[in-house]
Design a protein around this ligand. Structure first.
Ligand code: MN
Length: 415
């Protein structure tokens, strides 16, 4: 498959990808869009010109919107057909290739547009599905013997997070303030977080509304998942470690999460399907699955100090996940909890076995006891003010590359 649009061989946005997003184009005009190479394409105008006329069930120009919610709610029969149609009209032999007027009107360089939150997120859930991450954190917070709690291998542990503070890549994050109890102190103190961290995660986005009482089975779960984004789940470790017993994450987590702007569909990720780690002990029937439900997606984290260069500080992979998305969604709804279009379900921090694959500063520096060093020699135990954290992710197999671009966020001093 080739396109009439030229892009470099290491572009995340090849003809095989066709992700969806929302952009502010010139003159404050906002619409849903896709991307190939460095070109962002206004889908609302393409719709008006009749490019999607032959797609059944696509009767309204829902690309004229500030979010993708209405589009993804149409479900896979429509959204998959639209993606394939875009792939076809971007192909090298397409009529569009010589249609200079439409190209001039609908195609923008990425540098000309501003990306927005791709979806309105009604609800956000954060899982805890990497066994290496859960074990590492357990060792630090509870000691070697209680690292993995007895329920962990029987259900995908998660909690309900805060949707209001999910922001698009490039949005600054203000260092949170809160209550902390330093290990040597008898009483808590109040102040700016001193152990600010990132969490390397991915999140999936649901395309359906269900009724209370309904469940989504493991077998049906992927039909309800539109696509994925990169997800940085910022965390205040000192606030978290004092507050989290007995009800779990709260102010250490809800001050901000950053997402990448392009939603990559599960269909685009299909070539990167792979096996999951073996689940032992065997899981209960409602969590059993067939086929390859994990994805081989390379993930990287870079730290960039103010006016400095990026240093690669972690290289992980989504395939390390112990629990897959289908199991997460089946578990989430097995009690009858209803889901809503646009809901985001984050994986939990994605760490591998090797120390250079750990997905948080907490693990990379072992709670600050083993500082890491940036390329300019600066030391970091956690994230400093004016540091920028950048995450990137892509699958690559047999010459096919599909990626997410990046999610970045800069930490500003506490208010
Ligand atoms: Mn998290």
């Amino acid at each position: 498959m080739r396109s009439f649009i030229n892009y470099s061989s290491d572009s995340d946005f090849s003809i095989h990808n066709i992700p969806f997003g929302v952009a502010v184009f010139e003159n404050e005009y906002i619409a849903c869009c896709t991307r190939i190479g460095d070109m962002v394409i206004d889908l609302a105008t393409l719709y008006d010109y009749g490019f999607f006329d032959d797609i059944a069930g696509f009767d309204e120009n829902v690309f004229e919107s500030y979010t993708l919610n209405e589009f993804i709610e149409l479900g896979k029969p429509v959204t998959n057909a639209v993606r394939l149609k875009i792939q076809e009209i971007l192909g090298e032999d397409s009529k569009l290739a010589s249609d200079e007027k439409t190209i001039a009107e609908c195609f923008y360089n990425i540098s000309q547009v501003k990306m927005m939150m791709p979806v309105h997120v009604p609800n956000y859930t954060d899982f805890y599905s990497s066994i290496e991450h859960a074990t590492n954190v357990g060792k630090m917070f509870r000691g070697e013997d209680n690292a993995l709690l007895p329920n962990w291998k029987h259900l995908p542990v998660g909690y309900h997070g805060r949707a209001s503070s999910i922001v698009i890549s490039g949005t600054d994050i203000i260092r949170p303030k809160g209550q902390m109890k330093p290990p040597e102190a008898d009483t808590p103190v109040f102040g700016a977080c001193r152990q600010l961290d990132f969490e390397l995660e991915m999140a999936f986005i649901v395309n359906t509304n269900t009724e209370m009482g309904d469940s989504i089975s493991v077998a049906d779960a992927e039909d309800a998942i539109f696509g994925m984004v990169l997800f940085n789940d910022w965390s205040a470790r000192d606030i978290q470690s004092w507050e989290y017993v007995p009800l779990g994450p709260f102010l250490g987590k809800n001050f901000g999460s950053s997402v990448s702007p392009w939603v990559v569909t599960l269909e685009a990720l299909d070539p990167f399907r792979t096996t999951s780690p073996v689940q032992n002990p065997e899981v209960l029937d409602y969590l059993k699955f067939e086929g390859d439900k994990n994805f081989d997606i390379n993930l990287q984290v870079y730290l960039q100090p103010e006016n400095g260069a990026e240093t690669l500080i972690s290289s992980s992979n989504y395939k390390f996940m112990y629990w897959n998305m289908a199991q997460q969604l089946a578990h989430h709804t097995v009690n009858g909890c209803n889901v809503e279009v646009g809901d985001m379900y984050a994986s939990g921090t994605i760490s591998g076995e090797n120390p250079d694959s750990f997905g948080s500063m907490l693990e990379l520096t072992w709670r600050g006891t083993k500082p890491l060093y940036l390329e300019d020699g600066q030391e970091r135990k956690f994230i400093n003010d004016n540091d920028t954290v950048i995450m990137r992710g892509y699958g690559e197999k047999e010459g096919v590359r599909v990626g997410f671009g990046e999610v970045s966020g800069k930490i500003l001093p506490a208010n």
